[in-house]
Design a protein around this ligand. Structure first.
Ligand code: ADP
Ligand code: GLC
Length: 488
């Protein structure tokens, strides 16, 4: 199949969260199966790979923006350590910035930046004479490609067999745009905007809704989340739209790229290990603690809880705030957190770190290599999310034999099963109600088996033996692409 991936992130090139991991993992699988794929991304100021990985082509894209046109240079390269073609769209006014989405808050011109990018994706296909069977758009940033496919490009021979598939990674980020400006950028008349139109939601243009309504098929990143978002509580105001499209909405669980996220091959960690050398996990724990300034006098064997996360309301940090100090003050556990995000959460962890410098270890910021070392070093992984479309970090934790403690929502409910001491089955500790006493109880259950054999090793082995492969996930996407193409 000819597949275009329209996204703002891909691991190895530009990453802000799990979206990047999924884009890269899926494309690697499709390439391995012989599909003809291209990934199109913006050319940001900072790339996670050497800039030399990309060369300018002689193609200048001419991108219609409402009543005027803009120009962009097309760059070409590959996804690191693969032959998968990646095209970068260079438009320095939009993308030569410090961040992908914004600095402390969203860039105010994100409507214009991402509508431009979406239109440039269509023009890239034309310039390359690439005839897609499917355009696979991820999240609201590229949602307008779904509308372009059905409108401005509908009669172009290049796209007459192209299906549009839209994947929702996180319904909370919708792209709520000023109607007059955004429709002008996208080349639609004002008449296209009225209450209930496919562009309109609560008086503004809603890019997420555009993707949901115009796509041939819609996917989201776990089966449970695909059901949850049809309920008021999880729908972020789009319940009716998601129910209207329910017959075309499918949940496909994300699969990690185990070629990157496995302790037996991970070159970021102190000592590689596997299920047969699980005792080496402890070396990772001790070395990381020492790197954080602890010494042998500091009881390095205290239970260590890890977190690698965006510090947002989504991730259930409010529950952690309510319970953490009890455990720390009692000397029951130590926590190591790598994260960045909301000021109030950063302040909380800074405060705890000042008060308990040996037991609340924090690194505020983004650090890929440290993230790997935290998964390898920690005994437990805390993820009490308020909602979680899929979540990748609990999947990484499982593979590293790090026992997840999660709230049963979205992908967490699909991937972590409560440990059963009698049957020695299950992979973690779970709770359902978004309540701190439920989290507290789950942590207590988890601590009760710490180093207690045969339970301790059995749960860790169960974790490591779980496989949620990206191969499986990539296969399901192809089924959806075929299904979407049937109507063409
Ligand atoms: P989300 O996409 O909602 O942030 P996921 O669990 O799907 O959550 O994916 C998060 C990804 O981002 C993981 O690969 C995780 O390791 C990574 N990550 C999150 N915060 C950081 C950070 N501060 N430093 C390095 N990696 C991070
Ligand atoms: C989003 C979600 C996360 C998911 C990721 C990749 O950022 O918050 O749950 O794992 O996308 O699909």
């Amino acid at each position: 199949m000819n597949i275009v991936t329209a996204a703002t992130e891909a691991a190895g090139i530009a990453k802000a969260g799990g979206l990047a991991d999924v884009v890269s993992a899926l494309n690697k699988e499709w390439a391995a199966k012989g599909h003809n794929i291209i990934i199109i991304l913006p050319k940001y100021r900072y790339l996670d790979c050497p800039e030399g990985n990309f060369q300018p082509t002689d193609i200048t894209l001419i991108v219609p923006m409402g009543k005027w046109t803009e120009f962009a240079q097309l760059w070409q390269g590959t996804l690191p350590e693969t032959n998968i073609p990646v095209y970068l769209i260079e438009h320095n006014v939009y993308f030569d910035r410090n961040e992908i989405y914004g600095e402390s808050k969203e860039y105010p011109d994100n409507d214009r930046r991402f509508i431009f990018f979406s239109r440039a994706i269509m023009e890239t296909c034309k310039a390359l004479n690439f005839r897609p069977d499917v355009i696979h758009a991820h999240d609201f940033h590229t949602a307008f490609t779904m509308a372009f496919l059905k409108t401005h490009y509908h009669n172009e021979p290049l796209f007459n067999k192209t299906a549009g598939v839209y994947t929702i990674h996180n319904l909370a980020y919708q792209g709520k745009f000023d109607p007059i400006n955004s429709l002008t950028y996208a080349g639609f008349d004002r008449e296209a905007f009225y209450i209930g139109s496919w562009f309109e939601q609560f008086g503004v243009v809603n890019a997420m809704k555009v993707g949901i309504m115009f796509a041939d098929k819609i996917t989201t990143v776990s089966p449970t989340y695909s059901k949850e978002i049809r309920l008021d509580y999880y729908s972020e105001g789009l319940r009716d739209e998601l129910n209207i499209r329910a017959a075309d909405l499918i949940g496909i669980l994300n699969g990690p790229d185990y070629g990157v996220w496995s302790p037996s091959i991970d070159h970021f960690i102190y000592k590689k290990y596997s299920a047969v050398s699980l005792e080496d996990k402890k070396i990772n724990k001790h070395e990381l603690l020492k790197d954080f300034g602890l010494s042998n006098q500091d009881n390095l064997d205290k239970p260590l809880f890890g977190m690698v996360t965006r510090l947002t309301e989504q991730k259930g940090i409010d529950l952690i705030i309510e319970v953490l100090e009890k455990f720390i003050a009692n000397g029951d556990m130590r926590i190591i957190l790598l994260g960045s995000g909301d000021h109030k959460y950063v302040s909380f962890f800074n405060y705890m770190n000042e008060k308990y410098p040996k037991d609340v270890l924090i690194r505020i910021g983004y650090d890929n290599s440290l993230s790997h070392r935290i998964f390898a070093a920690s005994d437990y992984y805390l993820m009490p999310s308020r909602y979680e479309p899929c979540g990748l970090t609990q999947l990484y934790a499982l593979k590293y034999g790090t026992i997840p403690i999660v709230r049963l929502t979205g992908g967490l409910a699909d991937t972590v099963e409560e440990y059963n001491e009698e049957r020695l089955s299950g992979t973690g500790y779970t709770f359902f109600g978004y309540k701190s006493d439920e989290l507290e109880f789950a942590i207590k259950r988890a601590l009760s088996i710490y180093l207690k054999e045969p339970l301790w090793n059995s749960v860790r082995m169960n974790c490591m033996n779980k496989n949620f492969t990206s191969e499986e996930s990539a296969k399901k996407y192809i089924e959806v692409f075929n299904w979407a193409s049937e109507s063409k």
